[in-house]
Design a protein around this ligand. Structure first.
Ligand SMILES: [Ca+2]
Length: 326
């Protein structure tokens, strides 16, 4: 059987690392490239984080591309340091001084377009960070979205609950204009793993302990990068997620990746048009679901709502037993 072709766009924080590792572990998935964008960390740190993840899984042959270092229009919001200032928990000391030589010269947006043109209607694009590179790609090549097989996005929210601002989710809040452009102009089949989808299908902290204590390099890597990170400290849980959903372990980006790798992980979804708020004083970056067709949009997206948590957990658990032979 032909492998599923995937391009991953990432702002590589800890949950991105988990999602990338999940893609690398999937036997029927071929990752054509990883494109980097600012978000959880500055884009140069993101590039280094991706190289690190590929190295842990012994998959250094996958090309890595540097993309946008900031949002399209307004100034960057200050980073929240959710996963430490370097995005991977501020624990990695042996940084590779020659990392820049390992990054491809082609810009992420150009690389995306090329990889998709070379494999028209066969590539799934999985977007795990702010959507800036995707917005740039559709401006460079307006036919880019129609050449995609499908698009999976971790981002946005469905209940008006925000995690960085009152009403907006991190990836969309970091670059609302790009999120707007992508949700208006990418007319390919689009699947959205929102913040609430991830939180409502959370795993337990007991599961997390079992996950990171497996005897394999990728699991040990995950244990290291989560070791000093407040986002993985059960005691320090006073964030918006815990206020809304109670204590739980949520590997946000892995939900979008799992949906791409194995569609049967998603057990319920809602199909409707969506739009990103750009003007609101407390809701800028919020995704609105138009279930009554008020906006008269011609394009609907698939908003994921329920997940087979046991199946998702198995995918995550097995993925950390890497490197493995494919
Ligand atoms: Ca991310």
């Amino acid at each position: 059987m032909a492998k599923k072709l995937v391009v991953i766009d990432t702002d590589c924080g800890i949950d991105d690392a988990q999602a990338i590792i999940m893609a690398l572990a999937a036997p029927d998935v071929q990752v054509l490239g990883v494109t980097c964008v600012f978000g959880n960390a500055a884009v140069d740190d993101v590039c280094q984080n991706v190289l690190r993840v590929l190295s842990v899984c012994e998959r250094e042959g996958i090309p890595v591309f540097r993309g946008s270092g900031g949002p399209l229009v307004r100034d960057s919001m200050s980073c929240t340091d959710h996963f430490g200032s370097d995005g991977l928990g501020d624990v990695i000391e042996d940084k590779d001084p020659r990392w820049e030589e390992k990054i491809q010269r082609e810009h992420a947006a150009n690389a995306m377009i090329r990889l998709v043109c070379e494999n028209q209607n066969q590539v799934s694009l999985v977007a795990l960070g702010p959507l800036t590179n995707l917005a740039l790609a559709v401006r460079l090549d307006p036919s880019f979205p129609q050449k995609l097989k499908d698009l999976y996005i971790m981002g946005g929210n469905t209940e008006g609950k925000g995690n960085v601002t009152l009403c907006a989710e991190f990836n969309f809040a970091m670059d609302p204009e790009s999120a707007y452009v992508v949700l208006e102009e990418f007319l390919c089949p689009t699947y959205i793993a929102s913040w609430e989808y991830a939180c409502r299908n959370a795993l337990t902290w007991e599961f997390f302990e079992e996950l990171i204590n497996q005897d394999a390099p990728a699991a040990r890597f995950m244990k290291t990068i989560t070791s000093k990170c407040s986002a993985y400290s059960k005691e320090a849980m006073r964030n918006k997620r815990d206020v809304y959903f109670g204590p739980c372990f949520v590997s946000y980006d892995a939900y979008a990746m799992a949906a791409c790798i194995d569609g049967s992980v998603v057990t319920e979804s809602v199909e409707c048009p969506v739009r990103v708020e750009l003007q609101g004083s407390i809701a800028r970056g919020m995704m609105a679901l138009d279930r009554t067709d008020t906006l008269k949009k011609s394009h609907s997206v698939i908003v994921l709502t329920k997940c087979d948590v046991a199946k998702f957990g198995r995918l995550l658990m097995e993925s950390l037993r890497q490197p493995c032979k494919k």
